[in-house]
Write a protein that binds this ligand. Structure first.
Ligand SMILES: Cc1ncc(COP(=O)(O)O)c(C=O)c1O
Length: 299
């Protein structure tokens, strides 16, 4: 497959408050965010012209920045409007939306108290992350562990936290897997490199307690859908030796959406009824207008 580099495309990117031609959205090599990972981002999807859970993503963007000690220099309304503006400028109804904020070039040591905070928003077409979804994906076990919340700002969607995600995903891909399941520093099941994980045990839906990794917006939506569907939902500590007892496994995230898992490092699963019914309802909900989503989930 021919790769089209992301800096070699046409369209528009919202950059520090203004729409800019895609190819001009550049930053200087001496940028604090690049050298020290003082950057945070969001991953959103627009379906049929509506960004699913836009305000929740924008709120998390602001919160992620605060956790890294900086303020986004716009209001949440301005960021929401800018996300929609970029989609419109790029003529997209179904697309991935990527807001990102970072410390600029004013200071280049570890301390960067006076760096300007930059914000950009790009959108691009991104069909289902994993093709032939019900076939399920194969996960390897990652060697890297999600860190202790006193070791890293784990509640932030901070760029630096993805360093071990990329390492884990590359190692898994090198062995023919699509992704990796990460444990946390205690050896508990945590999440995949870019999505949360769910298991079906005895007909109940179980998912790890998110105390050192993202409590994903998709994760919370899936839990609401499951409760609506009268499933029992259990958030708890899950140990790796329990995985073999699961009858169904799936991952959930904005990029991955709801994607069944058919293997975790040699243990096989068959995507089945509970996964399929959650996946189907998720696919319906993301295509609803925002007020309809809230009414549907509350009802
Ligand atoms: C590491 C990680 N965990 C979980 C998630 C799921 O979060 P959300 O459902 O809010 O997209 C993501 C992003 O998709 C992620 O990058």
């Amino acid at each position: 497959m021919a790769l089209i580099p992301f800096d070699d495309r046409d369209g528009f990117i919202w950059f520090d408050g203004a729409m800019m031609p895609w190819r001009d959205a550049k930053l200087h090599v001496l940028t604090h965010g690049l050298h020290y990972a003082s950057a945070i981002f969001e991953g959103e999807r627009s379906y049929a012209g509506n960004i699913f859970k836009l305000r929740e993503h924008t709120d998390r963007l602001f919160n992620s920045a605060r956790i890294l000690g900086f303020e986004i220099p716009y209001t949440a309304d301005e960021i929401d409007a800018a996300c929609k503006q970029v989609l419109a400028a790029n003529g997209q109804a179904d697309a991935y939306v990527r807001p990102v904020a970072w410390r600029g070039s004013e200071m280049m040591a570890v301390s960067s108290q006076h760096a300007k905070i930059h914000v950009a928003i790009a959108t691009w077409a991104w069909p289902a992350m994993f093709a032939d979804r019900m076939a399920g994906i194969r996960l390897d076990m990652a060697e890297w562990k999600r860190p202790h919340p006193e070791t890293a700002p784990t509640a932030s969607k901070a760029a630096g936290l993805y360093m071990i995600g990329t390492l884990s995903k590359h190692a898994a891909e090198a062995k023919g897997f699509q992704d990796a399941l990460m444990l946390d520093w205690r050896g508990r099941v945590a999440e995949a490199t870019g999505a949360n994980i769910f298991f079906v045990f005895d007909g109940e839906l179980h998912t790890p307690t998110p105390d050192c990794f993202l409590d994903g917006i998709t994760r919370r939506t899936v839990m609401q859908i499951a409760r609506r569907q009268q499933m029992k939902v259990v958030e708890r500590v899950i140990m790796p030796d329990e995985i073999s007892k699961a009858t169904e496994v799936f991952v959930a995230g904005t990029g991955a959406e709801v994607t069944p898992v058919r293997e975790i490092a040699g243990q096989m699963f068959t995507p089945a009824r509970m996964t399929e019914s959650l996946l189907n309802e998720y696919e319906q909900i993301v295509r609803m207008a925002p007020d309809q989503v809230e009414r549907h989930l509350a009802g």
